[in-house]
Design a protein around this ligand. Structure first.
Ligand code: PLV
Length: 324
C-alpha cells in the first residue's frame, strides 16, 4: 500500500555566501523554518501521528516547549482529530495563540517542559488520548531522518559536517539515523545547546544521563532537563563523530539577529544556538583545536530548525532579558 502523503514539505537547501565567507568553506542551509508548522518537528510528529493516531483516535495530547505543540496541532487539524497541547508557563503567549488558531486546546502546567510532560502523560491515561512526545520516540526519529534523505538528493557532495540544535535530542537521533541511511555516518555532527539548557552536553561530559536542576536559558525550546537515552547512546557510538558545544544565550541571540540581517529569515533562540556555531566562531575554533579538519572535506550543512516562538516583540523582549 502506498504510504499516506506526508505533512512536511521538502524544504529548500540554500547556499549561504555570507556564512561561507565567514567560515572559509561552502555552507548550505536546510531551511526547516519553511515547514508549514515553522520547524522540523512536523517531520517526526506527522509520521508518528500517521502511524499512531488513526481516524478512530479520541485525540492527541502533546507536551511541548512550543514547536512540537504547533506541529501536533497542525497535523491533528489535517487528520480531523482533537489536539490538546500542554505547555509550561515559559512558553510565550504568541505561540500558544498559534496553537489555538490551529484548533488545539492549550493547557499551561508547570514552569518547564518536564512539568508539562507529567500532565500530558496523566491525560493520556485519564482521557484515553494518543500521546505525542516532542523528542523521545523512534517514529519521530524516523520522520526527522527524511531531512538527510533530502539533503543527500540535492547537495553536490558529502557534507564536511552537519550542525544542529539539541533540546531533548530527537532531531539529533533523526539526523544520525538519516546519515546512516544514506551512507554518510562518518560525517561529524556538531550538536549545539545554550548554557542553562545543556542536558546533552552534561550527559556527554559525565558519560551518563544527567538531569539538570533547572532550565536557566531563554532558549526554552531547548529546555528539556534530561536528554533522551537514545541520543546519549548515539553520542557514544564508536563510528559516529559527535561534537557537543555550548554557546551563551547572548551568542544565540546575536546569531538570530545576524541571520535576520544576512539571510532575511527570523528564527527562534533555539535555532540561534546552531547558527552561532558559525557566527560565534565555534567551527573555526574546533578546526584550530584539530577536532575538525581544515579545510572541511565537504560543505558545512546547517539545519535551520526554525521555530514559531518569535516575532519582533519577542525579539525585543529577549534583547532586554538576555543582555542585562
Ligand atoms: N523543541 C521541543 C522541546 O522543547 C518542543 O516542544 O517544541 N529547535 C527548535 C526550534 C525546537 O523547537 C526544538 C525542540 C529543538 C530545536 C530541539 O529538538 P530536540 O528536542 O528534538 O532535540 C522542550
Amino acid at each position: 500500500m502506498a504510504s499516506p502523503k506526508a505533512f512536511h514539505i521538502n524544504t529548500p537547501l540554500l547556499e549561504s555566501i555570507d556564512m561561507s565567507k565567514r567560515v572559509g568553506n561552502s555552507v548550505y542551509l536546510k531551511m526547516e523554518s519553511s515547514q508549514p508548522s515553522g520547524s522540523f518537528k512536523i517531520r517526526g510528529i506527522g509520521h508518528l501521528c500517521q502511524k499512531m493516531a488513526g481516524p478512530q483516535s479520541k485525540g492527541v495530547v502533546c507536551s511541548s516547549g512550543g514547536n512540537a505543540g504547533i506541529a501536533t496541532a497542525y497535523v491533528a487539524r489535517k487528520l480531523n482529530i482533537p489536539a490538546t497541547i500542554v505547555v509550561p508557563s515559559s512558553t510565550p503567549e504568541l505561540i500558544r495563540e498559534k496553537m489555538k488558531d490551529q484548533g488545539a486546546t492549550v493547557r499551561v502546567v508547570g514552569k518547564v517542559w518536564d512539568d508539562a510532560n507529567d500532565e500530558a502523560l496523566r491525560l493520556t491515561q485519564s482521557d484515553g488520548l494518543t500521546y505525542v512526545p516532542p523528542f523521545d520516540h523512534p517514529l519521530l526519529w524516523q520522520g526527522h531522518a527524511s531531512i538527510m534523505r533530502e539533503i543527500k538528493a540535492s547537495l553536490p557532495s558529502k557534507p564536511g559536517a552537519v550542525v544542529l540544535s539539541v533540546g531533548g535530542g530527537g532531531l539529533f537521533c533523526g539526523v544520525v539515523e538519516g546519515l546512516k541511511e544514506v551512507g554518510w555516518e562518518s560525517v561529524p555532527i556538531i550538536c549545539m545547546e545554550t548554557e542553562g539548557a545543556d542536558c546533552f552536553n552534561a550527559a556527554v561530559k559525565a558519560n551518563k544521563i544527567v538531569t539538570l536542576p533547572d532550565i536557566t536559558s531563554e532558549a526554552k525550546c531547548l529546555g528539556a532537563k534530561t536528554v533522551c537515552s537514545q541520543a546519549f547512546e548515539y553520542s557514544k557510538e564508536e563510528n559516529i563523530n559527535v561534537i557537543s558545544e555550548l554557546v551563551t544565550d547572548r551568542q544565540a541571540l546575536q546569531a538570530v539577529e545576524i541571520f535576520l540581517d544576512e539571510e532575511r529569515v527570523l528564527v527562534e533562540l533555539a535555532c540561534g544556538a546552531a547558527l552561532a556555531a558559525v557566527y560565534s566562531g565555534v567551527i573555526q575554533r574546533l578546526q584550530g583545536e584539530g577536532r575538525l579538519p581544515f579545510p572541511l572535506p565537504g560543505p558545512l550543512v546547517m539545519v535551520v530548525c526554525g521555530g514559531s516562538s518569535v516575532n519582533q516583540a519577542q525579539l525585543q523582549h529577549l534583547r532586554t532579558v538576555v543582555n542585562r
